[in-house]
Design a protein around this ligand. Sequence first.
Ligand SMILES: Nc1ncnc2c1ncn2[C@@H]1O[C@H](COP(=O)(O)OP(=O)(O)O)[C@@H](O)[C@H]1O
Ligand SMILES: Cc1ncsc1CCOP(=O)(O)O
Ligand SMILES: [Mg+2]
Length: 541
Amino acid sequence: MVFPKDKVDYSLYLVTDSTMLPEGTTLYSQVEAGLKNGVTLVQLREKDTDTKIFIEEAIAVQKLCKAYDVPLIINDRIDVALAIDADGVHVGQSDMPIPMVRQLLGPDKIVGWSVGKTSEVETLAQWGTDMVDYIGIGMVFPTETKKNPRKSPMGPTGVIDILNALETTQATWCRTVAIGGLHPNNIPRVLYQCVSHNGKRALDGISVVSDIMASDDAGASTKILRGLLDYSKFEYIPLDFSHQENITSKDIKDTLSQVQKNHPLVQHMTNKVHQNFGANVTLALGSSPIMSEVPSEVDELASVPNAALLLNTGSVAPVEALKEAVRAYNERKRPIIFDPVGYSATQTRLTLNNTLLQYGQYTCIKGNSGEILSLAKLNQGKMRGVDAGDDKVDKALLARATRLVAFTYKTIAVCTGEYDFIADGTMSSSYRLGHGVGELSANDIPCVMIEDGPIPLMEKITASGCSLGTAIAALVGGLSPNGIAFNAVVSAVLLYKSAGKLASLNCRGSGSFHVHLIDALDQLFTTNDPSSWTAKVEIVT
Ligand SMILES: Nc1ncnc2c1ncn2[C@@H]1O[C@H](COP(=O)(O)OP(=O)(O)O)[C@@H](O)[C@H]1O
Ligand SMILES: Cc1ncsc1CCOP(=O)(O)O
Ligand SMILES: [Mg+2]
């Protein structure tokens, strides 16, 4: 009996684990509850079971699967799969080599392979279409189920690297499921973020273990998972992600009017250098600052109407406190502006920033050219400290890097310098299961450039970039529910650049520049006459 490969639905892939069964449940009761409520593929994975018992279990599970017309995959044990004529097998990198598995099983059975590196994708592509049918990509997040200290979690960006490699090697036949630490609180974000850079491929499904196997009500847990997979919308802030690239003065005026009316609260988790200046910039923009890194108050702060979080890792703070804030704001769909200061300057910063990037969803990720080029993996050298670095960078490369960061993290990315680039990777904030999502590619997403001529003083004061993050957080946080996030980010960058130019004309040097910059921000925000601002925005084709 052969299960037609083109009929396999990878969307909700249950991998069993009998070591986590709650009291009063059995392997069979959990599997059947899953099958009844939307599991579409089952993998029997019993690492420490004697062969005789494994075969008995396999026969019983196979019977359940057949009753629901769902394929049964056996993990690792080719002999058991052959003995019961299972629909396929799944092997890891250290199990029997794939060509041998295929030779034993024949061409019609389903063969799955655990993949964690792009080089493994290159190998499967070289083998061709009749070897590997699908890959389990992971582990995405830390998980109790797969204790494998040798492999650190790859996060959504690691999944995107694998999807990109499948596209680059044209392994179009190969299906994909993500595995490792996947739960209702991160599955929508993984499905939303994990799209290949050419926009052509998304995940075909999600593998789960403990959410069903360890559940006291496996049926209810499965229903929740099924609902997330079928809903296809990932709304992480209640703002409109539509945008028109030719943003008019009226759009900007409307945006500032919303901020003036809503008086947002901007919680700053930021570096010591930026604290005081950031608080004053917040006040100049008609908003209330609160500088706080206390985990116990993030839920209350995130619940304040029009709250926004500025997450700035300039001082390497304890990651757990920062993650708590990301959780609190993500749960309440309130905006987070992330500034990964000195992103790749040290291993410590790289680890901290990557941990935060894996852990949550960000409305806007901003950085200087060194940080954005590093995030886009287009920056050969490491960053030196927190500054962008002296070398002039080609504008086309900066635009591409900004688009890549925006697309990879499904965020509004801002790359600052003499020329500021803003790209919108949020798209429609919906996700698709299956390949061929037909979305825009990373090269096509909307991108604008803002400039007002050289303002050298902006590079001669510290926390000038950090405070742009403050301005973005204030304007996005101050939007009404029908506000447009992209317009708010563009408005903040235009306002900040124009204020920088005005301050540079009025001050006597870098010492008084800070003060004049706050004056200018206050003046431009209060008068709210964008048509008089000096900075210009142009669409990047
Ligand atoms: N040479 C420049 N000319 C005009 N504006 C600049 C210049 N350098 C930086 N800026 C502006 O100053 C702010 C900080 O940018 P940047 O120095 O790139 O960030 P960071 O302070 O994080 O290194 C941004 O608003 C940016 O637009
Ligand atoms: C000097 C310094 N060190 C850690 S954070 C910081 C300020 C960086 O501010 P900005 O990114 O705005 O230049
Ligand atoms: Mg900076």
